[in-house]
Design a protein around this ligand. Sequence first.
Ligand SMILES: *Cc1c(COP(=O)(O)O)cnc(C)c1O
Length: 407
Amino acid sequence: MTRFPPLVEIPPTAGLPAQWSDLLALSGNLAAGLAQQLSIPLPALTCSGTAALIVALRVLQQRLPGRTALIVPAYTCPLVALAVHFCPPLRVVPCDLAPGGISLDAGQLAELCDEQTLAVVVTHLAGRVADVDNVRSITAKAGAAIIEDAAQAMGALDEGRSVGLKGDIAFFSMALGKGLTTAEGGVLFSSNPELNLALQRQCRQDLAFSIGWELKRIAGLWGYTVFYRPHGLYYVYGKPLRRALANGDMVAAVGDDFSAQAIPLHTLGRYRQRVAAAALARLPAFLRQGRERALRRVDLLRQLPGVGVVADSPDKQGTWPFILLLMPDNKTRDAAMESLWTSGLGVTRLFIHTLAGYPAVTPFLQPKLLSPNAQALATRGLSITNSPWLSDDMFGRVLAQLRAALG
Ligand SMILES: *Cc1c(COP(=O)(O)O)cnc(C)c1O
């Protein structure tokens, strides 16, 4: 496929674009701003979503001693599994997803969840709102906690309230490309006031200021402000992507190449908090416009024969960083990616493998059951960006390529 327009790269997710004035913010309180805007308890801020998860797991380990299993979706960010490296002797038990969706498979979860289970991670993948109520009925019997991984879902609503309030603990990510960004950052909270205080205490204890990491992340945030636009992304995202694909390294192409040793633990500096607090004012309108755009496009995608579009049930209103599709089979998915991955149109794959496919993750894994639906997301899934820079004309080109791949 010829590139259109040339030397332009639409980002794979709808990150909130930065403004120069954000970098000059002299005041602003990010934690208080998030609490107010999302109607959540005052959160603790961490250096990443992964760090937030690590802190959450350590607090739960103190409260539920002796429990050694963490149940997580079999298809999720590898960092979630790598977090247990910091919480020995915790091991990860993958659970399949419900067919065609991102909620945990309730039958399999009931089988896996027992008195060894510390917590179940419910992931609002792709901004979709996963079912927490069914999970609660299962964890309650086993005495296990629920952690809502809302890394990709800041602003998503479950029955009119922010995601993260039904489970025991929740976190958002502020990594590059995940909506609101601090270059890297995490937001950690609990609807239980006492647990929320314990999370804040644990953060103070476990996360120290690091001048080295802070300077690196500030540079990252400035870089985001400079390059996060269609022309800039061609150089900082498009070129490395093409290089990785030319080398046949799909894991590097989507940035899944993580290792436990490389996960830093430190604070989120005040300057970056102020920058994000300034950008936060633009988030509600950005998410609203994104939702309208995505729902319009979801309707068009639904007309493609045999293609599944991951959506929300009626009482849930997720965010739309991108649209997650299930093609009819692996052959049509790969045919679509062949033309679209390097087209500059923001089409990519989410995670390349299920957790068991990452060598860095397998030492921490305790697989018990097969996960065919998670596997389907890896073999048949693809994602279309919901960036505002993907014009209707560009989206039309994506649709045409998908139609062609379906044959
Ligand atoms: C990105 C992500 C994380 C980790 O968040 P970081 O801020 O990158 O550490 C966890 N879970 C999911 C589903 C994610 O997409």
